[in-house]
Ligand binder design. Structure first.
Ligand SMILES: Nc1ncnc2c1ncn2[C@@H]1O[C@H](COP(=O)(O)OP(=O)(O)O)[C@@H](O)[C@H]1O
Ligand SMILES: [Mg+2]
Length: 345
C-alpha cells in the first residue's frame, strides 16, 4: 500500500482537486483507492456529494473515539472509498492536546486497513498543525500541489523543513515524491521561472540525506481548466463530469506518472493500461496477510453513499448549510513548531 499525503500549507492551490481526481484516475487504472479528508472545511467530502454531518461516521470519530478506521470508510464508487471529514474535526486538534501519542493516532488506526487498499490519499488542511503532522507520521510519500507563483518557493522551504523534521523524528520512511504544478499556464514566463527555480532546489538535494532528494516535478502539469472548478458542484470527479476535458487528460497522465514513480525504487514501475470497465463490481478487499491470533480483522464495510447530482444552486445551499458551525469554533492552537516536535519525540 502507498500512503500519499497531499500537502501545502497554502489554501486554494489544488490539494483537494488533486486528491479527488488523482484518486479517481488511479481507481480507473484498477487500483483500490481510499481518500481521507483531514480538512475540517470538508471540501473533499462535499466534492463527493456527502454532507459532513455528525450522523456519518467520520475521521473525527476515528481520531477522538474508539471507532476503527474501517468503520469510517464509505464506498463511493468502483474502487473508490472515502473517509469523510466533519465540522467537529476543527475541535479535534484542541481535544487531542493532552492525549499521549497524539501525532501518531492516524498511523495506529490505519494499521488495520493496510491490506484493503493500494493507495491511500490524505487531503490535508492548509496548515502545518496536528492533523497535518498525523498525515506526515503515517504517509510513505508526500506530494506537494503548487500553483506556479512567485512566492511559491518561500512556502515550500517551510513545508519541507516540517517534512524533514517528521521524517527524522517519527517516520524515517517518509519521502517527497514530487511537486505537481496546478492551474498551470505554459504560456507565462513566470511558470517557466518557477519550474527552473524548483528544479534547482531539487537538484541541490540530490545525494543528500533529505526526504526530497529523489523528488521530481511531475511532467504532467495540471492546466487551468474551468471544468475542474465546475465538477464539485455536481458531486462528480472530472473523469465522470467531463471525461474528454483537459482536466481529465491531465489527471489521467498524472496518475500514470505517480503510479510509475515510487520514490526510492531502483527502476520506474510500468503503469498499468487503463481498461474501461463500467460494469465491473467493486473489487472485494484483498485477503489480509496472516496476523497474530487475537487481532480481529474486518472487511471494508459496504456503506454505499448516494452521490448526488443535484443542480449547482441546490448543492451550493447544502455546502453553505454545512459550513455554518453549530457552536462557536474554539480558537485553533498555533501550528506545531519544530521545537515542539523535538520535545515530543
Ligand atoms: N486546474 C484547475 N483549473 C481551474 N480551477 C481549479 C484547478 N484546480 C483547482 N481549481 C479550483 O481552485 C479552487 C481551489 O482548489 P482546491 O483544490 O480546493 O485547493 P486546496 O484544497 O489546496 O485549498 C477550487 O475552486 C477549485 O475548483
Ligand atoms: Mg482543500
Amino acid at each position: 500500500m502507498r500512503c500519499i499525503a497531499l500537502i501545502n500549507q497554502k489554501g486554494g492551490v489544488g490539494k483537494t482537486t488533486t486528491t479527488v481526481n488523482l484518486g479517481a484516475a488511479l481507481a480507473e487504472l484498477g487500483q483500490r483507492v481510499c481518500l481521507v479528508d483531514l480538512d475540517p472545511q470538508a471540501h473533499l467530502t462535499i466534492n463527493y456529494g456527502m454532507e459532513p454531518t455528525a450522523d456519518v461516521v467520520s475521521l473525527y470519530n476515528v481520531l477522538i473515539e474508539e471507532r476503527s478506521f474501517l468503520e469510517a470508510v464509505h464506498t463511493i464508487d468502483t474502487n473508490i472509498a472515502l473517509v469523510p471529514s466533519s465540522i467537529d474535526l476543527a475541535a479535534a486538534e484542541i481535544e487531542l492536546v493532552s492525549v499521549l501519542g497524539r501525532e501518531t493516532i492516524l498511523k495506529e488506526k490505519l494499521k488495520s486497513a493496510q491490506h484493503d487498499f493500494d493507495f491511500i490519499l490524505l487531503d490535508c488542511p492548509p496548515s502545518l498543525g496536528l492533523l497535518t503532522i498525523n498525515a506526515l507520521a503515517v504517509a510513505s510519500e508526500v506530494i506537494v500541489p503548487m500553483q506556479p507563483h512567485f512566492l511559491a518557493l518561500q512556502g515550500v522551504g517551510k513545508l519541507l523543513e516540517t517534512v524533514a523534521l517528521v521524517s527524522r523524528r517519527m517516520n524515517p520512511a517518509l519521502k517527497v515524491s514530487g511537486i505537481v504544478l496546478t492551474m498551470f499556464d505554459s504560456q507565462t514566463k513566470l511558470s517557466t521561472e518557477v519550474v527552473n527555480d524548483l528544479n534547482g532546489f531539487i537538484e541541490n538535494a540530490k545525494g543528500k540525506p533529505l526526504p526530497w532528494a529523489n523528488a521530481k516535478i511531475f511532467e504532467s502539469k495540471i492546466r487551468r481548466n474551468i471544468k475542474l472548478a465546475e465538477s464539485p458542484s455536481f458531486g462528480q470527479t472530472i473523469l465522470k463530469y467531463e471525461p474528454q476535458s483537459h482536466g481529465a487528460a491531465d489527471y489521467r497522465a498524472l496518475a500514470r506518472e505517480v503510479f510509475a514513480h515510487v520514490p526510492g525504487a531502483a527502476k520506474p514501475v510500468m503503469a498499468p493500461v487503463a481498461v474501461p470497465q463500467p460494469t465491473m463490481a467493486v473489487k472485494p478487499p484483498a485477503l489480509p496477510a496472516p496476523v497474530a491470533e487475537n487481532v480481529a480483522l474486518k472487511p471494508v464495510a459496504e456503506k454505499k453513499v448516494s452521490v448526488t447530482t443535484k443542480p449547482i444552486e441546490e448543492r451550493k445551499l447544502v455546502a453553505a448549510k454545512v459550513r455554518i458551525p453549530p457552536k462557536p469554533a474554539p480558537t485553533p492552537p498555533p501550528p506545531v513548531t519544530p521545537a515542539e516536535i523535538e520535545a515530543l519525540t
